[in-house]
Design a protein around this ligand. Structure first.
Ligand code: CP
Length: 299
């Protein structure tokens, strides 16, 4: 089994990952952790795009389960000599890893690699495609905070066009029964998600999930200067005041402060779940690695 898309997971597998993720979250807060269920297994991370949260949390997750973890140094690899991604996959496969975690700028690249590999492949973000473990950690964070996902009004706002996080969350949070609202500036509205105005999406929402403006994927610079973007499409204190009482703020990170979100909202001590999302990321990725490797190598 691979985890390339939320579509790869059954409802039972989603429930298992969310339940186990919450359990690992508590476990990770213990002063010492000595689980060894992935003892003797090798997890390879191959990140062809930059990452802080996803790469480090997969490394920590695999280490906490007792696996041997190897992170490919892409900048120093033979990709730089012109080796193709398929040939790189054949090379990695010959080293017999037990799981491969891959991030790539091309949508669909992890699926091409998975077709070559004999081990489970986890998509850690592919272009504008999907980022399934981000959606799983987002759902786990929401469920931990509210005790449920079903029936919550969740606004997903910002650069929808380039957001793999939005695509995976649209699938997952929708399957879990949330009432989803989407908002994007006209130039960042995708064809495959419904879009609307930011003010309408935020009003009465229980969760406001802001997305990063992905400047690295923009073919032309935004017409708006960052300050103008913030005024028109950013989460300001005034806009957030129209959300439901007890509403929370989420963001997958990294944040462009003063562009898509006011820095004081991102740092809000009770309303911002952004740091909690990062903590949940390690826990949910432990649950994912456990599930995928256990299917292949029953323990
Ligand atoms: N949310 C996320 O994918 O962050 P990184 O790019 O730091 O991994």
């Amino acid at each position: 089994m691979h985890l390339l898309s939320i579509d790869d997971l059954s409802d039972d597998q989603i429930a298992t990952i969310l339940d186990e993720g919450e359990r690992w979250f508590s476990y990770n807060r213990q002063p010492r952790r000595n689980d060894h269920r992935l003892d003797g297994l090798t997890v390879v991370n191959a990140f062809f795009e930059n990452s802080t949260r996803t790469l480090l949390s997969f490394e920590i997750a695999a280490n906490r389960l007792g696996a041997q973890v190897v992170t490919m140094q892409v900048e120093h690899s033979s990709i730089k000599k012109g080796e193709t991604l398929d040939d790189t996959a054949r090379t990695l496969n010959a080293m017999r890893p037990d799981a491969l975690v891959i991030r790539h700028r091309t949508s669909g690249a992890p699926a091409s690699v998975a077709a070559i590999m004999d081990c489970p492949v986890i998509n850690a973000g592919d272009g504008t495609g999907e980022h399934p473990t981000q959606a799983l950690l987002d759902a786990a964070t929401i469920r931990q905070h509210f005790g449920r996902v079903e029936g919550l009004k969740i606004a997903i706002c910002g650069d929808l066009k380039h957001s793999r996080v939005a695509r995976s969350n649209a699938k997952l949070l929708g399957r879990l029964g949330a009432e989803l609202r989407f908002a994007a500036p006209p130039s960042l509205m995708p064809d495959d998600l419904p879009g609307g105005a930011l003010d309408k999406a935020v009003e009465g929402a229980d969760v406001v999930m802001m997305l990063r403006v992905q400047r690295e994927r923009l073919e032309e610079e935004l017409g708006d200067a960052p300050g103008e973007y913030f005024e028109r499409f950013g989460l300001t204190e005034e806009r957030f005041a129209t959300a439901a009482p007890g509403a929370v703020i989420m963001h997958p990170g990294p944040i462009n402060r003063g562009v898509e979100i006011d820095g004081s909202l991102a740092d809000h001590p009770t309303r911002s779940l952004i740091v909690r999302q990062v903590e949940m990321g390690v826990a949910v990725r432990m649950a994912c690695l456990d599930l995928l490797t256990a299917e292949r190598l029953p323990r």
